[in-house]
Design a binder for this molecule. Structure first.
Ligand code: SF4
Ligand code: SF4
Length: 387
């Protein structure tokens, strides 16, 4: 058994997975945190989290007869992620990791078949969005521990692991969790007295250690939210145009992390170099061209324009006013609303008269009369990849 297992581990590592750990499906992680999180409404409008919760808590509902979980981690730290006027979550500066990992997981499936003599129906893999509590399983298998920032933290790779999992009808010896004291998925197992992540959050999105209220989180607001970003949160977004890494960046466990091997991932660091003025001028076609094959396409053209408006409004850059005034007449009411807010924040109320006259959407009209504090651009988040 052990030999087979180590043979599989070797094969998966050779495919480019930096962490390969095993767990048994029973006993499953308690999952009490997920239920409480959903009950508190901290998932905002991510209804799919609620819909898939039963499966997340019971691997048998995903793959009947699954006896093992294979946890796979890919280090996505880049030595230099570039640095422009806007900050992007590190994970986004790649070809879409879902696609890259799925390709590698197909190879992992073949390895399971060859090493264990399993059939193609004997395993099922998922990346991130699948109905598997990957972080809890990863903690159980000893890939890392769940920090007070709610992320899986590896002693070797810090906060910078993409996780994937494979449920399989094979028997493996489970790897031990990082500490046998208490429940392996207990939050903050190796955090000690540190609270840096919670203290540094620009929007106070942590109601408790390890618990993120998505409604207050910049990652949620700039990626998952498809509508209006609450006005009260926009200033705190600073120059973060897509996601937020603050509660990851500040974690002292990152000091051991080295840049990833990139056997699976393809970097797109060029995205971070696109000037803000160019982002504000993106046409639908140009958006499709530049962001094709990246995770960023998830926010769609209007979502990225919306985020660019918020960053422009926080920039203090008067040279962006012209572009914002143009976007105040955009076909999307969401873009218009944020463009009006940003232009007013840069002191350009007078240049919005024409757009205001033709505005009929009540949500956009609200932006013309709302109190708006002038932009105070400093301090900005460090660009992705900055030390
Ligand atoms: Fe706060 Fe940013 Fe972390 Fe969200 S991602 S909890 S906004 S620090
Ligand atoms: Fe834990 Fe500190 Fe890292 Fe937060 S910053 S996850 S408290 S070690």
């Amino acid at each position: 058994m052990g030999t087979l297992q180590e043979s599989l581990r070797g094969r998966l590592r050779a495919l480019g997975f930096d962490e390969v750990r095993f767990a048994r499906t029973a006993p499953a992680p308690a999952g009490a945190g997920l239920r409480a999180w959903l009950d508190a409404g901290y998932h905002a409008d991510m209804d799919w989290m609620e819909r898939t919760s039963a499966k997340r808590l019971d691997t048998g509902l995903v793959l009947e007869g699954a006896r093992s979980v294979i946890l796979l981690g890919v280090n996505y730290l880049q030595g230099d992620g570039g640095g422009g006027e806007s900050a992007w979550a590190r994970y986004s500066l790649y070809r879409d990791y879902h696609d890259s990992l799925k390709e590698a997981l197909r190879g992992a499936g073949r390895a399971i078949e060859e090493v264990y003599g399993a059939g193609p129906g004997d395993y099922r893999y998922s990346v991130d969005t699948g109905p598997v509590l990957e972080r809890a399983w990863a903690a159980k298998a000893g890939v890392g521990f769940i920090g007070k920032n709610s992320m899986l933290i590896s002693r070797r790779h810090g906060n910078w692991l993409f996780l994937a999992s494979i449920l399989a009808r094979i028997d493996v010896e489970p790897d031990p969790p990082l500490s046998r004291r208490g429940e392996p998925e207990s939050v903050g197992l190796l955090c000690g007295k540190c609270t840096r992540c919670m203290d540094a959050c620009p929007t106070q999105a942590f109601p408790a250690p390890g618990v993120v209220d998505a409604r207050r989180c910049i990652s949620y607001q700039t990626i998952e939210n498809r509508g209006i970003i609450p006005r009260g949160m926009r200033a705190a977004i600073g120059n973060r145009i897509y996601g937020c890494d603050v509660c990851l960046e500040v974690c002292p466990w990152n000091r051991f992390a080295q840049a990833g091997r990139r056997l699976i991932l393809s970097a797109r660091g060029d995205i971070a170099e696109i000037p803000l003025g160019e982002l504000l001028g993106l046409t639908r076609e140009r958006f499709a061209e530049v962001f094709r094959g990246t995770a960023i396409k998830r926010v769609k053209w209007t979502g990225l324009l919306r985020n660019a408006c918020v960053v422009a409004g926080n920039s203090g850059e008067r040279s962006l006013v012209g572009a914002l005034v143009g976007l105040a007449s955009h076909e999307s009411a969401v873009v218009r609303a944020h463009a009006v807010w940003a232009a007013r924040r840069l002191g350009a109320d007078g240049r919005l008269e024409q757009a205001a006259q033709s505005e009929a959407d009540p949500l956009v009209l609200e932006e013309y009369s709302a109190d708006v504090a002038p932009a105070a651009p400093e301090p900005h988040a460090p660009p992705c990849g900055a030390a």
